[in-house]
Write a protein that binds this ligand. Structure first.
Ligand code: AP5
Length: 192
């Protein structure tokens, strides 16, 4: 099972990624979580990427690609993975051709923008994630998503991999929709 999660900020990639990982016993590899862990640990990579994360801008490709490739090379990822947040642009998808070619499905978590803003505002009340704290940064993340990530939908639709999921409603309802879509999808061979 090799699945990619696509969706705007706050669409539930992390929440549902964890559930998919548990259900299929595969690692959940989130580029955002990996980057935040580097920031937290104060590594050279963390120091380099911190300003990008805080401002809601994309981290340069050369910093992301090797980090994700290293994770995918871990033995735990041999039997599959759920990728969350990478590839995030058409350029990254092209640069990661080996990864991109092996996907079973690309789940597009579709949530209206006002609901995304509401979820991120709620998280800002209870957690201290830098890019949730200011309305302008949240709006900027939404714009970056529209301009840089949304074009990936056509990239994967054209390749027959895109599976749109209505990602409004309760976490459980969405998890059930995803499980049904993935069960149906994985009964077919991976597309090349
Ligand atoms: P990343 O961590 O990927 O952030 P994001 O895309 O902005 O997404 P979020 O983590 O905010 O939301 P999510 O979709 O995971 O939703 P979640 O489950 O958390 O990236 C952060 C930054 O890292 C980027 O801005 C960039 O700088 C950098 N970066 C990462 N990857 C990169 C790449 N490939 N290239 C370049 N730069 C990169 O849910 C959000 C909230 O909603 C939570 O509080 C959750 O509890 C709640 N929630 C979830 N589901 C529901 C529901 N059904 N109903 C109500 N609330 C819900």
């Amino acid at each position: 099972m090799r699945v990619l999660l696509l969706g705007g900020p706050g669409s539930g990639k992390g929440t549902q990624g964890e559930r998919i990982a548990q259900r299929y016993r595969i690692p959940h590899i989130s580029s955002g979580d990996l980057l935040r862990a580097h920031v937290e640990a104060g590594t050279p990579l963390g120091r380099a990427v911190q300003p990008y994360l805080a401002s809601g801008n994309l981290v340069p490709d050369e910093l992301i690609l090797s980090m994700v490739r290293n994770e995918l090379a871990e033995p735990a990822a041999t039997d599959g993975y759920v990728l969350d947040g990478f590839p995030r642009t058409v350029e990254q998808a092209r640069a990661a051709a080996g990864i991109d070619d092996d996907l079973h499905a690309v789940l597009f978590l579709d949530v209206p923008a006002p609901e995304l803003v509401g979820r991120l505002a709620e998280r800002a009340d209870r957690e201290d994630r830098a890019d949730d704290q200011h309305r302008a940064t949240v709006q900027h993340r939404l714009r970056v998503y529209d301009e840089r990530t949304r074009p990936l939908l056509d990239h994967y639709r054209w390749r027959g991999l895109l599976v749109p999921i209505d990602a409004s409603g309760s976490v459980e309802e969405i998890a059930d929709r995803i499980a049904a879509a993935l069960d149906e999808r994985t009964s077919r061979p991976a597309r090349r």
